[in-house]
Design a protein around this ligand. Structure first.
Ligand code: F6P
Length: 332
């Protein structure tokens, strides 16, 4: 392999730059050229690319975002999009492609594969952690710390006013980030897909029972986006009406996507970036994702990354539920 294509796709995640750095550095010592496409798969169609040199990436490990820019790509979803993308990759002499992104981006890889002669390998970069075949995705640990920083601050003001706060975190249709942020912030309640639908009457009862038992105090509910279709602000208004206790909402939103990656994300990014290049060179990586399981770098089929079989921590889910039941007869 003489030339590898590289792109970042879908929701950006802290640590994507650290992957870019690791890929370019690992390839450079083998004398392999890395071509970085801009704006995800769009860069293939628009011929927006540049050769990435070691000097450009040496000091980007600490930077959030992605120097290659990211995007979702409508053109790839057109009937002849994948074939066209493959043709352009061939035309530009790209002998293998590395895609950093989530399961949506990996579906893009699989769409191109039947028309493309080189290997395509994925590296999991998303704050959602919703990719099968890897214990953690790059960016999740940083997003968690960002959410915690915000929730800890909200706890101060919630305590001062003895208010109920609903804090909405990202995660698309999954609850990995909500569960982790709820547990680590000591939230009174977590609303995420694993616990089932929101029931305002149950919520009201849980809050009132806890407050009867321990007196009035702040009450933090971490809620995964999409759990309440009208949004956390609407749910807060409903709860205020139901409990007569002031309830506020805070949607953390895209804050969670930014910032300098934490140490564990930088390390995971470096490991998976280097591993992806090495496995490509060995010829093992076609339609595989470079992930990490039990501390070991592993290859996992891209076709299985979106199966949503990854378990959230059952032990912590149950523990959190028991803590709630301690003040409430509710059975889940
Ligand atoms: O997949 C990452 C993510 O941040 C999700 O958590 C969220 O649902 C989505 O992307 C938001 O997408 P956009 O930036 O397009 O609004």
């Amino acid at each position: 392999i003489r030339k590898i294509g590289l792109l970042t796709s879908g929701g950006d995640a802290p640590g994507m730059n650290a992957v870019i750095r690791a890929v370019v550095m690992t390839a450079a010592v083998q004398g392999i050229e890395v071509i970085g496409f801009s704006h995800g798969f769009n860069g293939i169609f628009s011929n927006e690319f540049q050769q990435l040199h070691r000097a450009q990436v040496l000091h980007i490990i600490q930077q959030g975002g992605t120097i290659l820019k990211s995007a979702r790509c409508k053109q790839l979803e057109q009937p002849n999009g994948p074939a066209q993308a493959a043709e352009l990759l061939h035309k530009n002499g790209i002998e293998a492609l590395i895609v950093i992104g989530g399961d949506g981006s990996f579906r893009g890889c699989q769409a191109i594969a039947p028309f493309y002669q080189g290997q395509i390998v994925g590296i999991p970069g998303t704050i959602d952690n919703d990719v099968d075949g890897t214990d953690f995705t790059i960016g999740f640990a940083t997003a968690l710390d960002t959410a915690l920083d915000a929730i800890d601050k909200i706890r101060d003001t919630a305590d001062a006013f003895e208010r109920i706060f609903l804090i909405e975190v990202m995660g698309r249709h999954t609850g990995y980030l909500a569960l982790a942020a709820g547990i680590a912030s000591g939230a009174e309640q977590i609303i995420c897909p694993e616990y089932g639908d929101v029931d305002v009457v149950d919520l009201q009862r849980d809050i009132q029972q806890l407050q009867q038992q321990f007196g009035r105090s702040s009450y933090i509910i971490v809620i995964a986006e999409t759990m309440y279709p009208a949004g956390a602000t609407a749910l807060a208004a409903e709860l205020t009406k139901a409990t007569s206790i002031e309830c506020r909402a805070c949607v953390l939103g895209h804050l969670q996507r930014g910032g300098s990656p934490v140490g564990s994300d930088r390390i995971l990014a470096t490991k998976l970036g280097a591993y992806a290049v090495e496995q490509l060179l060995l010829g093992n990586a076609h339609l595989m994702m470079a992930g990490e399981q039990g501390g070991q770098a592993v290859l996992f089929p891209l076709s299985l990354t979106g199966d949503k079989k990854k378990q959230t921590d059952r032990y912590l889910l149950d523990w959190q539920e028991r803590m709630l039941q301690d003040s409430s007869p509710r059975k889940v």
